[in-house]
Design a protein around this ligand. Sequence first.
Ligand code: CP
Ligand code: NVA
Length: 301
Amino acid sequence: MTHFLDIHTTPTDALRNIIDNAKAMKTARAGLHKGTPDADQPLAGHMVALIFEKPSTRTRVSFDVGVRQMGGQTMVLSGADMQLGHGETIADTARVLSRYVDLIMIRTFEEQTLLDMAEYATVPVINGLTNRTHPCQIMADIMTFEEHNGPIKGKKVVWSGDGNNVFASFAHAAKQFEFDLVFTGPPPLDPEPALDGLYTTVRDPNEAVQGADLVVTDTWVSMHDPQSARERRHNQLRGYQVNDALMAKAKDNALFMHCLPAHRDDEATSSVMDGPHSVIFDEAENRLHAQKAIMRHCLGV
Ligand code: CP
Ligand code: NVA
């Protein structure tokens, strides 16, 4: 069974193949309407369940469109509308869904939910974000970096802000794709200790971004964070906003990324998000291509 649960638990050569296949599939359908089927239809006959226990725009639409382009069919399920949201166990849900569908993508809260789904499902499971990681996003981000600035190996990537789930997948990717990752943020929002050794910390954001090839940030308050944390987070993170002055300290050809959705003019200014370094909408597009390659990897098609 080939799940796609995290970047650090996927073999390095498989990760590289996914990126290369995603690039090839994107090139092959350049200029086509979004609804035009891929020529090879690798998911013909496949049924895919997309389960969301949290909101989503990009993940929901990009997986749905990706499956359809590859000739498969989807059902988009809200956790709250399933028995899952009313006490049925993940294990039973996984075993039942496996009788109906060929692939399961789940966005959930606790990582254990994802792991239980993978343990009990008899079809592949893909991580569409948990409180701890967001691997599909980072596969799209690596693809996006390499489209613009070539191989990411040996490059300097700086994360400014909250040491959250998206950062965690960047940290896993730093080891797998061999780039240098710097975290800059306040101590209370440091990444979880399990990630120690995968990145270095530089507290001063102006120092951290010197010579960066890529500057990345994300929302200051994630979906699993209590909304009551909002004001405190703003006070803690204000100094880590990615603005024009900070970007000017990175390399001239540095890229700016944000997985979106953004709170414009909080974690990053609109001048940066819409400015010459920004590749935020290429990242969003590449979710589609990267996830198509991930699904093919899981299904072996
Ligand atoms: N970046 C991302 O995963 O976006 P959604 O929450 O809209 O899916
Ligand atoms: N860190 C954010 C990412 C959203 C795609 C969250 O978990 O809410």
